[in-house]
Design a binder for this molecule. Sequence first.
Ligand code: CU
Length: 126
Amino acid sequence: MRRRLAIVVLVIWLAALTLASCQDTGTRPPPARALDSPSLLGSVNGSENYIHVFTDHGIYAYHCAYHTTEHHREPGVVLVQDGAADSAYVQIFQGAFHPETVTVRLNGQVRWRNFDDGVHHDIVSD
Ligand SMILES: [Cu+2]
């Protein structure tokens, strides 16, 4: 009888542990991955635009992988907050995001457009 009780307790403990670790990854997803873009080549081939809708509150720091090295960074940030604008527009020119920081509401969208003709940029989560 005591042995059966020990097994039941062990099973409940294992189930709770499994559930806890699942919830952990579920409620704390890496904020980032969601935002990664394909390579945006300037207006020469029409692939210069990228639009992303932000469905979670948070601070989304990103960079351009083509122009970020150990010594140089092409950075940007998207803030998702209540009461902010429906959308934001980020222009990419001269190797930088303009403006570097934008704020949108929940389910707001950000559009990036690359004006550096024939030069690739991308948006990669930090
Ligand atoms: Cu770049």
